[in-house]
Design a protein around this ligand. Structure first.
Ligand SMILES: *Cc1c(COP(=O)(O)O)cnc(C)c1O
Length: 382
């Protein structure tokens, strides 16, 4: 009833309410299964604690303060964001300190960073002297202090200055600014995360460790202490933890765990947690006019496809073949059957851009809706 009231006011209501059986959830809807999700959160928190490494989960993966709150309750030392705007709801909720794991270029972004730094400890990455000067000027004008981590290219070939002396030179420049503090180094190897073979992933993180060691040595020669070495995602965190040089890991996807990550070769080393798919796009079969073909109501506007097709959970003969805006074409193999009205749990290929398409996450347990979370930072891409 309140759902219809919201529609009559022209508002976007959640697809379900706490207490509803899952059969009542309107589709397409983003579902988190709490048992798997809580196990994922607990496993990562325990692993980081056991290794004496700080866990600063990446907020960009879920953009949902209700999830960040649970991560903090399990011991998260702070949060990472990719865009400075994502930090605003975290600061408002007291979920701090925050590291922006990215370079912020442009007055609008740096002004927002400084405004947030007046309310909470904020760190940011830099790989360029002009950018450091802009950060220093804005922080001085605002009367705040920013911690700046120098980003080194740990092997991904994206952002980041070369390791060693070039990184130490930037750190020296940071340390010379009255309103900046040298916060350490950011050495995230993004490309390694989805490399299928564990051995090959290990080789890549070994290279990141070489880059970190070269940089900490150059910093020491320059007389600078390095308070933080940050990096590590869902595909590699156990390697950074084992390296002895990283002081913190910043995985994000582990909480919800997508199809692409479950296609990675599993790590068999004892003590390394295995994660479970906890995020689903719940879809309804809306048409089934031919024996080997059906259509569901979740397409490009309900999940992202750049990491491949979603997997249909628990229905082995049903393959998601391809999306259009609002439809998903399903192939029915090996005599698999569906009926119009059947509901499917689709495991999306990639967590981050899928979550960013939804206003709400429906949290369920044992077939019942327990909570409905607003995806507060959805659309905060600036
Ligand atoms: C995305 C990202 C992460 C987390 O990656 P996941 O694959 O979601 O675990 C960590 N650090 C940085 C800098 C990132 O951009």
């Amino acid at each position: 009833m309140s759902r219809l009231d919201a529609f009559s006011r022209g508002e976007v209501p959640p697809p379900a309410a706490p207490g509803d059986p899952i059969e009542r959830v309107d589709t397409p809807a983003l579902i988190v299964e709490l048992d798997a999700f809580e196990a994922n959160l607990a496993a990562m928190a325990a692993f980081a604690a056991r290794h004496g490494v700080h866990l600063t989960p990446h907020f960009k993966a879920h953009k949902t303060p209700a999830i960040a709150k649970r991560q903090k309750a399990l011991g998260a030392a702070g949060f990472c964001v990719q865009k400075v705007s994502e930090a605003a709801p975290l600061v408002a909720a007291g979920l701090t300190p925050i590291l922006v794991t990215n370079e912020l270029v442009g007055d609008a972004k740096i002004e927002l960073l400084c405004a947030l730094a007046a309310r909470a400890p904020m760190s940011v990455c830099a790989d360029n002297a002009t950018n450091i000067a802009a950060l220093a000027a804005a922080a001085a004008a605002r009367g705040v202090t920013l911690a700046v981590l120098v980003e080194v290219d740990a092997g991904s070939g994206r952002c980041g200055v070369a390791p060693g002396q070039p990184a130490a030179d930037l750190a020296t420049l940071v340390a010379a600014q009255s309103h900046l503090r040298f916060g350490g180094i950011q050495a995230y190897h993004g490309k390694a995360q989805h490399v299928r073979e564990v051995l090959y992933r290990k080789t890549m993180i070994d290279q990141a460790v070489v880059a970190v060691r070269a940089t900490t040595a150059a910093l020491a020669s320059a007389g600078l202490a390095c308070p933080r070495v940050a990096g590590g995602g869902t595909g590699s965190f156990f390697l950074e933890c084992a390296s002895g040089v990283y002081t913190e890991i910043q995985p994000g996807s582990y909480a919800l765990f997508d199809r692409d990550y479950s296609d990675n070769e599993p790590v068999t080393e004892p003590g390394v947690p295995q994660f479970q798919n906890a995020l689903f796009v719940l879809a309804t079969v809306m048409s089934a006019t031919r024996p080997e073909h059906a259509v569901c109501d979740a397409g490009l506007k309900s999940m992202s496809f750049e990491s491949g097709m979603p997997r249909v959970r628990g229905r082995p003969g049903i393959q998601y073949r391809g999306p259009s805006d609002e439809h998903g074409v399903l192939a029915l193999l090996d005599g698999a059957k569906v009926a119009v009205g059947d509901r499917l749990h689709l495991i999306p290929g990639h967590v981050d851009p899928t979550v960013n398409l939804h206003d709400w996450i429906v949290a369920t347990r044992s077939g019942r809706v327990e909570e409905v979370w607003p995806v507060v930072a959805r659309g905060m891409v600036f």
